[in-house]
Design a protein around this ligand. Sequence first.
Ligand code: HEM
Ligand SMILES: *[C@@H]1O[C@H](CO)[C@@H](O)[C@H](O)[C@H]1NC(C)=O
Length: 447
Amino acid sequence: MAALGITVALLVWVATLMLISIWKQIYNSWKLPPGPFPLPIIGNLLQLDLKNVPKSLTKLAERYGPVFTVYLGSQRTVVLHGYKAVKEVLLDYKNDFSGRGEIFAFEAHKDRGITFNNGPSWKDTRRLSLSILRDYGMGKRANEERIQREVPLLLGALRGTQGQPFDPTFLLGYAPCNVISDILFRKRFDYTDQTGLRIQKLFNENFYLLSTTWLQFYNIFPNYLRYLPGNHRKVIKNVYEIKGYTSARVKEHQESLDPNCPRDFTDRLLLKMQKEKYSAEPWCTLDNIAATVADLFFAGTETTSTTLRYGLLILMKYPEIEEKLHEEIDRVIGPSRIPAIKDRLEMPYMDAVVHEIQRFIDLLPSNLPHEATRDTVFRGYVIPKGTVVIPTLDSLLFDNQEFPDPEKFNPEHFLNESGKFKYSDYFKAFSADILVQDSHLKEALHS
Ligand code: HEM
Ligand SMILES: *[C@@H]1O[C@H](CO)[C@@H](O)[C@H](O)[C@H]1NC(C)=O
């Protein structure tokens, strides 16, 4: 009898908790965009396939429209799908939705750095870093020269393989790794350098693991899963190792810093943070600099390296496209000169192929998660502060009006009838990645 009594009491207790939880969610959600009904604790996990979240979001958009709400566990999340809604969020509401949704595997960067910083210092850190990159490096001639210096070294390494089969992953990756590393530390790695290889392996493994089902799951239930075995531990460990590397570089830089002669991004960030204006700020720490530099290193290297590798794979699959591209290269650049940014204007086919590669590989289909920085009225809905906001990118890159037959790789998507490059405002592979977009724009204007 006693056991039955306890069981009943427990059941009543659990049922009450569930009712309260459901009621709270309904109460909180009455002005939110529409969406599937969430269950306590798991939210809408039953409506999502964690093996392919982007596809699940597309399905939900078919049912609920371009602006909808899903609960990832208990995390309220508003998803934008399609050109109009995504563009509105990225441009017109950029101040309201420019926070960063938390990515828990980056606990080593908690409240630090740019890309994964969801704490109070993200705005200042981002602003300072951007201003340094604008003054120096990105989208200027210096960057073109940096790349032009690296190209012959990459070509040399490729020739070194003497026509034998090889895995291009890390060999190709050294090039972007070195360009970014030169900006950050004025340092480059030889194509056989073991540290350079180790860093790339950490980036590569993390980029892969972050897209797996388990890591999506971990990001929803970090507190429950933290101490269980699993690949989230590997990612966390890798992030610490990368930050260990950048910390060591930052310390070296600080010890040899000459205020009159900053050598690179790290020196400039050290100097800015030591200025009177900032030196008392709690976020101006060496640890924040190490995280910022690690963010730029990872965000710049892995994206570019993966794009190059997939580009090569695609060209192998479409020899007729490769041949047309080669013809244009031979005609405009010739066999001996190193390419320059100004060549781009005379190479519409190359421009179209590069854009089509980026569109087709859809590197970050669901973007990086944004977060509402304040309560915001958007299209008549009220989106509370702290809501994760996902401006999906695949919904633009695979729009079937703008890019007919979007599942097909076809450079014509970016060419007009006379074979000239056709700009598309739906090309948002970089989302609001200000660093890259800025440099793109400037390159186009200065050539
Ligand atoms: C193929 C190349 C690249 C692609 C496809 C790409 C894509 C993206 C995307 C989709 C975002 C999220 C933007 C958003 O939150 O709305 C992002 C953010 C970012 N990217 Fe890139 N990116 C590329 C290359 C680079 C490079 C070369 C760098 C710098 C060296 C870089 C640094 C960053 C940083 C620091 C952020 C975080 C910005 C912030 O939180 O405000 N990316 N990138
Ligand atoms: C193709 O684009 C070029 C350059 O933007 C433009 O001058 C030309 O009129 C366009 N041709 C067609 C057929 O749209």
